[in-house]
Write a protein that binds this ligand. Structure first.
Ligand SMILES: CC(C)(COP(=O)(O)OP(=O)(O)OC[C@H]1O[C@@H](n2cnc3c(N)ncnc32)[C@H](O)[C@@H]1OP(=O)(O)O)[C@@H](O)C(=O)NCCC(=O)NCCS
Length: 287
């Protein structure tokens, strides 16, 4: 499926899809609208910076539209989808929503709310499968919310492959420059040298790992650090773990984060959260 922003050529398709009987049954304004009303709405919507529409297409066929409506006062975006009536029942709804969510959220960090009639089982299934959670039900309408929250999972031997994939993609390394083979990697996971070692995922996608060592040092490995993600990881650590008792000249009595010298993005993020750098480490080998 290809996905793109809406344009003038979509006016009539959206009009047809909007007036389709099944669509109207699921919408809150059930009446048919006239082409003139639609044109007015379309022109206004396309110019409105708080509205964004994505059209999914496959081999020249328009599959449906996914719409995000940012409500400034409420500070969330309402999401809805409408699949081309001839293309319903083929699984496109989930694909379109998934693509559209990824594009929308990569540009804007927003809370997303979907308001769905309780008898609209396919729609509820689609939103649920992509991580929307039921928050309330008001007069037969279900409110589902999507917030980007990380899921933390203790590393186990079964995670070796996921960890290896992450390791292959890793941009910055402190301890090794050459990728170990899978067998050595698996051995490493089995021997787990860390005090705590976690994988974190976002919307079911493994995003990276963090570990805490005996000396209270923390390592965070992810190729996609954002302030929100790093903040969430550090909050998780501070909420769930206590630093080991310090040993003078050996272990400080606080957690500290090791960041690869070249990883300027992570350094900037950690500093912007308000944590202070304490030292720089130099590798001492004869040249
Ligand atoms: C609701 C809508 C978006 C669903 O999209 P779709 O691509 O046609 O969805 P699908 O038919 O592939 O079904 C999605 C899921 O619901 C399941 N499903 C479909 N009809 C079902 C039913 N009657 N009972 C139980 N499950 C059903 C499908 O099996 C599928 O589940 P799966 O992903 O586990 O296989 C689409 O029909 C539509 O645009 N309807 C009109 C507008 C609308 O209701 N929009 C939603 C408001 S936000």
């Amino acid at each position: 499926m290809e996905i793109r922003n809406i344009n003038q050529n979509d006016l009539e398709d959206l009009f047809e899809w909007r007036n389709n009987y099944e669509s109207r049954k699921q919408f809150f304004k059930k009446n048919k609208i006239t082409l003139k009303e639609h044109q007015k709405w379309f022109e206004e919507s396309i110019k409105n910076p708080n509205k964004e529409f994505f059209i999914g297409e496959l081999s020249g066929i328009k599959l449906g539209v996914c719409r995000f409506d940012f409500l400034e006062k409420e500070n969330y975006s309402e999401v809805s989808i409408n699949i081309n009536p001839t293309e319903r029942g083929k699984g496109y709804g989930k694909q379109l929503l998934n693509y559209a969510l990824n594009i929308y959220l990569s540009k804007k960090k927003r809370i997303l709310i979907a308001k769905i009639k309780e008898d609209n089982i396919p729609s509820i299934k689609i939103f649920t499968s992509l991580g929307f959670l039921l928050t309330r039900k008001v007069e037969g309408v279900i409110h589902m919310e999507f917030t980007e929250k990380l899921i933390f999972k203790k590393v186990e031997i079964e995670d070796s492959l996921t960890l290896y994939d992450l390791l292959k993609k890793r941009n910055y390394n402190i301890s090794h420059e050459v990728l170990p083979d899978f067998k050595s990697h698996k051995q490493f996971v089995e021997n787990n040298p860390y005090l705590y070692w976690y994988i974190f995922s976002l919307n079911e996608k493994a995003m990276g790992t963090f570990y805490i060592k005996n000396d209270n040092s923390i390592g965070i490995n992810t190729n996609e650090p954002t302030k929100e993600i790093i903040n969430e990881i550090l909050d998780f650590i501070l909420d769930n773990f206590t630093p080991r008792k310090g040993i003078p000249s050996e272990i400080p009595n606080y957690f500290f984060i090791n960041v690869s010298q070249n990883n300027n993005l992570l350094k900037d993020i950690v500093s912007s959260i308000g944590y202070m750098p304490i030292q720089v480490s130099y590798k001492l080998i004869r040249s």
